[in-house]
Design a protein around this ligand. Structure first.
Ligand SMILES: [Zn+2]
Length: 54
């Protein structure tokens, strides 16, 4: 009897680059927590504003 094993590549946190254990392959984690996600979004926002303002 075979057990289906799904290999999931460990993704690093987009903010602090810490490898994240992927428990649910259908919803891959990209951040350690919501705080890191928020800081990343804020950084992206200001990068966009900076690009628009040239
Ligand atoms: Zn992080």
């Amino acid at each position: 009897m075979g057990v289906i094993e799904i290999e999931v590549d460990p993704l690093p946190c987009k903010w602090c680059r810490r490898p994240l254990e992927q428990r649910r392959w259908w919803t891959p984690k990209r951040f350690c927590n919501g705080w890191h996600r928020l800081k990343y979004r804020v950084t992206q926002f200001f990068a966009l504003v900076g690009t628009l303002l040239g």
